[in-house]
Design a protein around this ligand. Structure first.
Ligand code: PGD
Length: 780
């Protein structure tokens, strides 16, 4: 493998946020977006400064308390010292601990869900690596299902429409929208900061261009969001600022108006849907005495009844598309807006039409609304998991704090497993999970916590074993996603930082010690794996008669273009055209406006048809503002938070919150001040931008600033950097999906007038000198 950090050649590479090239010029790494990208994501500029940043982890470390006392629950995690170790020593120690847990409790005591986005390369993809390792070397692990992105919709959509992947990836396409759509109601918007990201990589960011093309053709885009920035300014003529979390009430108001006006498509409802009458009884108030009319919706949403009536009356006769962003369902009762948007789509007879109907998370990620590749792409086989137990991914603290406790999920009565060892690679739970003070308690419960990361995330700081891994720039890989036609040869551009190793090398070292090296590596070096993983793509291209480059030619060229399939509207369009011949894979074979299956579960927090449910978090005297904790624009989640672009977007080193002048004035807060956001769960600092682009009553603080507790010895320390997950509630969307609800909560805000505490989140811990355990010395 070539390792030439000072080689001046331009080298191809890729990330979830775009394809690019890197070149060393005068000792500096210069990153240039791929020339075919019309709208590159500026966050690729986080790479150069991040590469050798002090926040990188240089050496394996083990927590002193773990070395002193051995495995076991310990609330010193996150505030303990670390001891540096050499790789052989740390791998021996960890392999021994893995074996101890497996022998004493079986693989059912290992939680390897290890949720997280890690990096774009398909071979070094950390989730695939860790799952393969745990399956092959330890016989399996307790896994997690679903995602923090789409926890509610992943469970709901199969009940009401069919396969989740089919509905999100094949139902609606941007090409058809540009050509056919008359009006988009974008609930939660289509913010290009989100659609500039695609899992696995992306060569052309086209959503912005497509929205402008639609608008130029006369298509209308209506933004429904508390944040004006959730749709590009050029197409944002119609900002409907409904209170956060009230979209279902607005949708019901629109539906009620259509029924009163007689503008709903009764024929389509009769031929293609199941359970309209039950829902109509609810909508019109026949079953509960409350018509969901515009006046009712106005009181909940903060809009006027007239505005709701007018919005409803813009839809009939038009090719209408109802888009629901991921963010709407990342909240309590998040199933409801997704379900209700599908009902609106059916009511107006739009489901399955080109450019019409229901676009779940369109514009919330660039994997959706695009053509699918016609040939397979690389993916590391993960082996077979011998453990059947799982949790919905966002229930991790519940699991660790309540072993053996019952919980409900999608009609099943389940029990939380008793976890002794948690193994994380490629994710940052102290970024992605809610109520971080509760998460700290949860991580204090386990015997052992292992984290591989490239940087000192708070997750790494809470671990017992911290294993430094390479960044994608420091290794070779293949970047590819099923929805992008460019497969990228990700060339190595730099030597590994310090003693960092690839996740693959770390797992190989552990597999050797656990007697599973051959099974894990199959005898291949990383380069041989890349060749192996490229082969199905090569074969697929050949089978289509395409003059495919062999691996060496692909590697030398830096990329290969893959053929793509035409948009076909997926199963929903086929169902629309022939409801009897090609039924949907739902219980009734139709679009389920009422689901008898969900009704049979008897969940009051997710009954058998969409309903308005009052959220758990409502503003009151103690917490008078709604907090929107959304995705950041300056990085992907918490990745490379310390990079150049992310750092430049902060003010006084803090993450930037935004609030309306009315709320700022009421608190004596001025643009540029440092504010303290707080509620019963925790508190954090942020700098503030005062702007009318955020509706009054709302404060917005994006996720992703590294958690930075001022005094980790406190039960609820102040995060001095601006991580909103110290404030969010750790509760599932409902008993149906148990999805993440991190998007919304309620808080209070005040001007921070104390001495500004320093940012320490990027300072590596200073290792302590510690006598090595006698058993290790004896083994030498
Ligand atoms: P990332 O910051 O992407 O966040 O949560 P996720 O855990 O995915 O974490 C990836 C980690 O992997 C980083 O620490 C990075 O350094 C590390 N990494 C990168 N490459 C490698 C590698 O090759 N090997 C290893 N071992 N590590 C690597 C994201 C999650 O957050 C998601 S998807 C969503 S949608 C949620 N969004 C919200 C939200 O909107 N609001 C709130 N309040 N909370 C959320 N949390 C969720």
């Amino acid at each position: 493998m070539t390792k030439q950090p000072n080689d001046n050649a331009k080298k191809s590479h890729s990330s979830h946020w775009g394809a690019f090239s890197g070149q060393w010029v005068d000792g500096k790494l210069v990153i240039t977006p791929h020339p075919i990208d019309p709208d590159p994501n500026p966050i690729i500029q986080n790479f150069p400064e991040a590469l050798r940043h002090k926040a990188r982890i240089a050496k394996p470390m083990v927590r002193r308390g773990w070395l002193e006392n051995g495995p076991g629950p310990d609330d010193r995690r996150g505030r303990d010292a670390f001891v540096e170790m050499e790789w052989d020593e740390v791998l021996d120690l960890l392999a021994g601990e893995l074996k101890r847990v497996k022998d004493a409790y079986s693989a059912k005591a290992i939680y390897g869900g290890s949720y997280g986005w890690s990096s774009a390369g398909r071979f070094h993809h950390a989730q695939s690596q860790i799952h393969r390792f745990l399956n092959v070397a330890l016989g399996g692990y307790v896994r997690s299902v679903n995602s923090y992105s789409a926890g509610a919709s992943t469970v709901l959509i199969p009940h009401i429409l069919g396969n989740y992947e089919d509905m999100t990836r094949r139902n609606i396409g941007w090409d058809e929208i540009v050509e056919h759509t008359d009006i988009i109601l974008a609930f939660g918007g289509m913010n290009t900061k989100n659609s500039r990201v695609a899992g696995g990589g992306i060569s052309k960011h086209t959503e912005h261009r497509d929205m402008i093309a639609l608008s130029k053709r006369g298509g209308e885009l209506v933004l429904i969001s508390p944040l004006k920035s959730d749709l590009p300014d050029e197409v944002n003529q119609d900002w409907v600022a409904a209170r956060p979390g009230t979209d279902v009430a607005l949708m019901l108001g629109i539906a009620h108006t259509a029924v009163m006006d007689g503008t709903h498509d009764r024929a389509f409802l009769a031929s293609h849907t199941h359970g309209w009458n039950t829902f109509e009884d609810y909508l019109m108030g026949r079953s509960d005495g409350q018509p969901k009319d515009a006046a009712w919706a106005a009181a909940i949403t903060g809009l006027t009844a007239d505005a709701i009536l007018k919005l409803a009356r813009r839809l009939p006769g038009k090719r209408a598309l109802f888009v629901v962003a991921h963010s709407l369902q990342r909240a309590k009762h998040g199933e409801q807006p997704v379900w209700m948007a599908s009902v609106l789509s059916a009511m107006f007879g739009q489901s399955g039409l080109p450019g019409g109907g229901f676009g779940y998370a369109l514009g919330a990620i660039a994997n959706y609304g695009r053509h699918q590749n016609a040939v397979p792409i690389a993916g590391l086989p993960q082996g077979k998991n011998g453990v059947s137990e799982f949790i919905p991914v966002a229930r991790v603290s519940d699991m660790l704090l309540n072993p053996g406790a019952p919980f409900e999920y999608n009609g099943a009565h389940m029990t939380y497993p008793d976890i002794k060892l948690v193994y994380w690679a490629g994710g940052n739970p102290f970024h992605h999970h809610q109520d971080l003070n509760r998460l700290r308690k949860a991580f204090a419960q386990v015997d052992t916590l292992v984290v591989h990361d490239l940087a000192w995330t708070a997750s790494a700081r809470h671990a017992d074993f911290v294993l430094p891994c390479t960044m994608s720039l420091e290794r070779e890989d293949i970047g590819s996603s099923q929805t992008d036609p460019m497969m990228v040869a990700m060339h190595q551009m730099a030597e590994p930082f310090g003693d960092a190793r690839d996740d693959y090398a770390i797992f190989t070292g552990l597999s050797e010690r656990l007697g599973a090296a051959d099974a894990f590596t199959e005898g291949r070096t990383p380069r041989e794996w890349l060749k192996h993983l490229y082969q199905p793509t090569y074969d697929g291209l050949k089978a289509k008669g395409i003059d495919a480059p062999d691996f060496d030619a692909f590697w030398a060229a830096g990329e290969v273009m893959l053929p793509q399939l035409p948009l076909d509207g997926g199963t929903l369009r086929a169902f629309r055209e022939d409801p009897e011949g090609t039924p949907l894979p739902t219980t009734s074979g139709k679009i389920e406006i009422t689901s008898d299956t969900i009704a049979s579960f008897g969940y009051d927090d997710c009954p058998g048809h969409p309903v308005w449910l009052t959220p758990e978090d409502v503003v009151d005297a103690a917490n008078p503002l709604q907090l929107v904790a959304n995705q950041p624009a300056s990085r992907l989640h918490s990745q490379l938070d310390f990079g150049g672009h992310s750092s430049a977007e902060k003010r006084r080193g803090r993450e930037v919150a935004r609030m309306h002048p009315i709320d700022a004035d009421a608190r004596g807060i001025k643009d540029g001040d440092i504010i303290r956001l707080f509620n019963q769960r925790g508190a954090c600092l942020a700098s503030v931008v005062v702007t009318e682009d955020v509706m009054a009553g709302v404060v917005q603080l994006p996720t992703g600033a590294y958690y930075d507790p001022e005094d980790p010895n406190e039960e609820k320390p102040l995060c001095v950097h601006g991580n909103p997950n110290v404030l969010t509630r750790d509760t599932g969307t409902s008993r149906l999906a148990q999805g993440c609800t991190g998007q919304l909560t309620v808080v209070n805000v005040e001007k921070f007038t104390g001495n500004l505490p320093p940012i320490q989140a990027y300072d590596p811990p200073v290792p302590v000198i510690w006598p090595r355990p006698p058993k290790l010395e004896a083994a030498e």
